[in-house]
Design a protein around this ligand. Structure first.
Ligand code: UDP
Length: 257
């Protein structure tokens, strides 16, 4: 079902959502998302943030654990051309795409200004460290208090969690791929104890300079997925979920009309 509604009262302001395939996605600008996350940090507690793309909504249709995590998340942003298209069909478009990689970049800027402590966990060995170093150089004062690759064994997890606890981050960015990162963060939410937990997919690969971002003209045309596919043909698995997303959206609209 594709519909619109208003939920999630946070910081005494209501963020409107657009419900796509039964998942409420917040209608928020990048600026709004960054401000909201900053207010989550000030509030304390624990907040999960998800940057949702078309494939994540398709996965959520058949993965009840993931579906519940997205539905319970405190902030869900629209990350991708597919969601922007689906929302336009409801007549209430998202203001812009809010991607994981842009969110990490903007929050590093905020961290430098406001003194937030950040944790980067995920990607191949060395990548999170390089991304952290580059962010530190771009935003002097940006305090990245813990980095670690995302290829750890289950038996290593308790120690990693203890190290993160000791580092006391305000924001944990986990780049383990969707939906693994969302499930890991949801499972470890209480122990991690950080006010904000964000799954950020391939962001560290881009921020470390290992993977080049699409040129701006492609991004402006919402064709970043095409660029990523050319750089990494294994992304075809993800791209192949797009026709299913389109079909599910059209079917839900027909059912609703
Ligand atoms: N990854 C990881 N641990 C794993 C599986 C994946 O750290 O067990 C990392 C992988 O190295 C990559 C990221 O997770 O940096 C996933 O990137 P991708 O672009 O595939 O994610 P998406 O944004 O499509 O979810």
């Amino acid at each position: 079902m594709v519909s619109t509604s208003s939920v999630n009262q946070v910081d005494s302001s209501v963020i409107e959502t657009i419900s796509l395939l039964g998942i409420p996605v917040h209608r928020v600008t990048m600026e709004g998302a960054v401000n909201q996350i900053a207010s989550f940090v000030r509030e304390g507690g624990s907040h999960q943030v998800i940057t949702a793309d078309a494939s994540s909504l398709v996965i959520a249709q058949t993965d009840p654990e993931f579906r519940e995590i997205i539905k319970r998340a405190d902030l869900v942003t629209a990350d991708g051309a597919g969601l922007l298209w689906a929302a336009r069909r409801t007549g209430r478009a998202f203001p812009e795409r809010v991607s994981g990689v842009d969110l990490v970049d903007r929050l590093c800027g905020q961290a430098a200004e406001k003194g937030f402590r950040l944790c980067f966990i995920g990607a191949s060995p060395g990548v999170a460290e390089t991304a952290a170093r580059r962010m530190g150089a771009r935003y002097p004062g940006c305090h990245i208090v813990f980095t670690r690759d995302g290829y750890f064994k289950p038996e290593e997890e308790p120690q990693i969690v203890r190290q993160i606890q000791a580092a006391q981050p305000d924001v944990v960015f986990a780049a383990l791929g969707m939906p693994k990162q969302e499930k890991w963060l949801a499972r470890r939410r209480q122990e991690l104890g950080a006010p904000v937990l964000v799954g950020v997919g391939g962001s560290f690969d881009v921020l470390s300079g290992n993977v080049r971002r699409a040129p701006l003209w492609l991004r402006k045309r919402n064709l970043e997925w095409f660029w990523r596919l050319i750089l990494n043909p294994r992304k075809i698995v993800k791209v192949k979920t797009l026709p299913r997303f389109v079909w599910l959206v059209l079917r839900s609209q027909r059912a609703g009309s």
